[in-house]
Design a protein around this ligand. Structure first.
Ligand code: ZN
Length: 90
């Protein structure tokens, strides 16, 4: 892969960043909790059942490419969407 720091093609190490767990006190999760208890928008009933059903098993994985020459990493954010990610070593 092309390394923008070395300005040439080098061998890169591939690291997959697994999605971390959501924090308990982040703004989003607090809002979600509030929605579960109080309903959302025009739905006055708790949307806990809705929230339960929405389990996605296709996730977007961030991929880090680290140059083996200069050890600098390039992050591909919002990268590939996949059910399962594995590295095939050459
Ligand atoms: Zn490099």
């Amino acid at each position: 892969m092309y390394c923008k720091y070395c300005k040439k093609h080098t061998i890169h190490e591939v690291i997959i960043v697994k999605p971390g767990k959501r924090g308990k006190l982040t703004a989003g999760s607090r809002r979600k909790l509030w929605n579960i208890e109080h309903g959302y928008g025009s739905t006055p009933y708790p949307m806990f059942e809705h929230a339960k059903r929405k389990v996605k098993n296709v996730k977007r994985y961030n991929v880090i490419y680290r140059c083996t020459v200069c050890k600098k990493a390039q992050v591909q954010r919002r990268g590939k969407k996949a059910k399962k990610v594995e590295i095939i070593a050459k």
